[in-house]
Design a binder for this molecule. Structure first.
Ligand SMILES: O=c1ccn([C@@H]2O[C@H](COP(=O)(O)OP(=O)(O)O[C@H]3O[C@H](CO)[C@@H](O)[C@H](O)[C@H]3O)[C@@H](O)[C@H]2O)c(=O)[nH]1
Ligand SMILES: [Mn+2]
Length: 745
């Protein structure tokens, strides 16, 4: 019989029959697409004399080839999707569990409301794990006094909250959600009731005090715009000893460290990746845990069991030596029922990451992952994480990679793992910590290039994870029965556009660098399919070219009576229909498989087209500008987490909020208007000339786009509220449409 601790901590299985259906679908789709491409190419020579038609034809072939190329890359996700199960009850007892450091990053108390960030912090401190093995680090990139004082207040509240949650096994550990009234008030013993009431009052007063601090800082005008020039500040949060009851004094709660790194105007700070690397170093000389959980400031703990679930992978002796990180899906608490901006990222977290998981593992997703510290230090799989000692040449080499701090390098030594309390108090405020958090520390080191989170792209998560996979590491993806973490999504169209543009730009930065996933790492990683997954991410914004062509050319040709598709009775027409139906049905099948509805399917289809000709297009333009040496760099503009009431209402009701969308919207509105104009003009011609037979394909495309762009047209023509399309944008778009019609009409 096998011993208890020999039983596996996790299991996985290939998603069947989904995977087989996928492979069958690939076969069908490739066949019909090849037919279409054959038709296009074989007709090309016949057209060589007619210039406008030829150009149109060539652009359409280009668009179709590009879409086909992206589609092929995306099939790597469909090849071998897997699902995982864990058995946390089989983990070793608490005493033998490894310590964990948690990194939470925040940057701006205006865009990231302090009370919510503190709620996140408190929920993380109450994770279901031995408190002495949990160390929480909060990075405040804004260096704002309000965040520091709120952190102290949060710590005081956590001293009551954490023991309360543990004693009564509270499931909801995000105080704001727990007290939001959705919980049944009257269940539980009288003793519990009383305790709950007491904690609730403490929570209310905690919130009030944070607001008070906010007012205070506002009135003394310390709260400026995001400070770019600030000294470092590192503090071990101790809390107010006098305020707590004797029970809470004894109760252990996780170590909490506040870190605000030094920032100077003429030193690049590398945004979130830079902040995480500072935490990596500071935590290295304090708690130095072998595993790290990274969270954005809005990603609170919804299910305190995630640590143990992650440990089921990290502590598996077979998997562990090559496992760099365990990624949890990003789930969100403020998604509306009719998610018009597709913020849920269903395809990513329900389809794509599962697909990668059957290869080398999910792509690092910025937040909600448990990563091995050693993997971030540039180690290769299986390399020992700690050493017994170094000789002087080794020390010199290490300093070249990791910078000059002796303390930090000593943290690699085996015998440095004990004595946390002492180290915490000694080092937190020491010169060493100040050195490690200084803006010059990384100069001439390999931080951001080989070590820690990498700086080469604004999507530091994707880029860092890609390097880990190329170095031979694997990752695991686990979707727990109830979401481990919940974050917030942008709820206006303009915020969505800014976020997507930043992501797409960051991905293109990697795609068009020497780290292009189609070439880089192919030799070492030996997993072609995994690299295809990375390549699809990197090149997905290129679909903007295809969609732009498909939004202009068939329409202009329709207006001019030029046919671009085979006539309805031709068998070639059937090939086009088959490709169209095949891609729609593949998408629909996946949506239904991941428990979406028809409406989800339609919303995603519409959103893809909308985002492609806006955010994707501008990301491409920016990257071209950057590549040719013009200024086109996109910075890490924070996603707004503080929202207006009207904005939420529109989002809840499924109405597009175009307020503040600026230039980014122009291609979309122009295409919508152009489509209407050509549909009317071309429609009249079809009736007069009775040419429907030849132009049916284009008529169909125009009608389809009309349906897709309905919310945009409504925002231009019908709506009168604040969220309508800004008049200036409408005027610009009309002008551009007129120009296009004059040129080609
Ligand atoms: O200079 C900066 C900029 C951002 N952040 C923090 O980074 C986190 C993510 O920023 P957010 O504005 O929420 O960006 P999102 O686009 O929502 O983030 C997604 O995309 C990022 C990559 O672009 C990933 O890093 C994130 O984990 C992922 O949630 C937040 O906690 C910020 O406070 C910093 O600490 N310093
Ligand atoms: Mn975010």
């Amino acid at each position: 019989m096998r011993k208890e601790n020999d039983r596996p901590l996790h299991e996985n299985r290939v998603d069947q029959p989904f995977a087989t259906l996928n492979r069958f679908h690939i076969l069908v789709h490739v066949s019909v697409t090849l037919a279409v491409l054959y038709y296009r190419v074989s007709r090309l020579p016949l057209l060589l004399q007619l210039s406008f038609t030829t150009l149109a034809w060539i652009l359409l072939i280009g668009s179709e080839l590009l879409l086909f190329f992206l589609w092929i890359l995306a099939q790597a996700y469909r090849w071998r999707p897997i699902s995982r199960t864990v058995f946390p009850e089989r983990l070793p007892e608490d005493g033998s569990l490894p310590p964990i450091d948690v990194f939470i990053v925040t940057a701006d108390p205006d865009k990231e409301p302090t009370v919510e960030v503190m709620n996140t912090l408190i929920s993380i401190m109450s994770l279901d794990y031995p408190t002495s093995k949990l160390h929480v680090y909060l990075s405040d990139d804004g260096g704002s006094p309000i965040t520091l004082s709120a952190t102290r207040l949060a710590y005081d509240f956590a001293r009551s909250w954490v023991p309360f949650c543990r004693r009564y096994k509270i499931e909801t550990r995000y105080p704001a959600a727990y007290f939001s009234g959705s919980n049944v008030e009257s269940v539980g013993s009288p003793e519990f009731q009383e305790e709950r009431q007491r904690i609730k009052l403490l929570y209310e007063s905690f919130k009030k005090n944070v607001e008070k601090e906010k007012d205070k800082t506002k009135s003394t005008q310390v709260m400026t715009k995001r400070v770019q020039d600030q000294p470092s500040c590192i503090e071990i949060i101790k809390g107010d000893q006098e305020m707590s009851t004797s029970f809470e004094k004894q109760a252990e709660i996780p170590l909490l460290v506040y870190v605000s790194r030094e920032k100077r105007k003429n030193h690049p700070h590398h945004f979130k990746a830079g902040a995480l690397n500072v935490l990596l170093r500071i935590s290295g000389i304090i708690s130095n845990s072998p595993y790290i959980l990274v969270l954005d400031c809005d990603m609170y703990t919804n299910n305190p069991a995630s640590v143990r679930q992650a440990m089921c992978f990290h502590l598996d002796p077979h998997l562990s030596p090559s496992l760099a990180f365990v990624q949890f899906p990003q789930n969100f608490h403020n998604i509306s029922k009719n998610d018009i901006y597709c913020a849920e990222l269903r395809s990513v977290f329900e389809i794509q990451w599962k697909g990668c998981d059957g290869l080398k593992g999910p792509i690092l997703s910025g937040t909600g992952f448990y990563i091995k510290r050693n993997a971030l230090y540039g180690a290769r799989p299986g390399q020992k994480s700690t050493r017994e000692g170094f000789n002087s040449t080794e020390i010199a080499e290490l300093k070249q990679s990791f910078g000059s701090s002796n303390e930090f390098i000593a943290s690699f030594l085996h015998n440095r793992r004990n004595d946390l309390d002492n180290r915490a108090t000694t080092y937190a405020c020491s010169q060493e910590a100040t050195l490690l958090a200084s803006c010059t520390y990384e100069i001439d080191t390999q931080w951001g290039e080989q070590m820690g989170f990498l700086y080469g792209s604004v999507v530091e998560d994707y880029f860092t994870g890609f390097h880990l996979h190329c170095r031979g590491w694997n990752s695991a993806y686990y979707i727990p029965p109830s979401p481990a973490f919940l974050g917030s999504v942008p709820t206006s169209f303009s915020d969505t556009l800014i976020q997507r543009k930043r992501w797409m730009y960051g991905l293109l930065e990697v795609g068009f660098s020497r780290f292009c996933p189609l070439t880089f790492g192919i030799s070492s990683a030996t997993c072609m399919l995994q690299n295809m997954c990375y390549a699809w991410q990197a090149f997905q914004p290129l679909d903007s070219f295809s969609l732009l062509c498909y939004g202009i050319i068939p329409q202009l040709c329709f207006l001019n009576g030029i046919s671009l598709f085979p006539e309805v009775s031709s068998p070639w027409f059937a090939a086009f229909v088959a490709v169209h139906l095949s891609s729609l049905s593949q998408h629909l099948r996946e949506v239904l498989y991941s428990k979406g509805s028809l409406r989800t399917w339609w919303n995603e289809l519409r959103f893809w087209m909308i985002i492609s000709v806006t955010a994707h297009l501008f990301a491409c333009l920016n990257i071209i500008m950057k590549l040719v040496g013009m200024k086109g760099v996109i910075n890490f503009d924070l996603t707004n987490k503080a929202v207006r009431e009207t904005q939420i209402q529109m989002y809840e009701n499924g109405i597009f909020d175009f307020e503040g969308t600026s230039l980014l919207l122009i291609p979309l509105t122009t295409l919508s208007i152009l489509n209407v104009a050509t549909l009317i003009g071309g429609g009249c011609r079809v009736i007069v000339q009775k040419s429907l037979h030849d132009l049916f394909g284009q008529l169909y495309i125009s009608c389809f786009i009309l349906l897709i762009s309905y919310p945009v047209l409504e925002g231009i023509i019908i709506r009168r509220d604040k969220g309508r399309v800004p008049t200036s944008i409408t005027l610009w778009s009309i002008m551009l449409t007129v120009i296009l019609l004059l040129l080609f009409g």
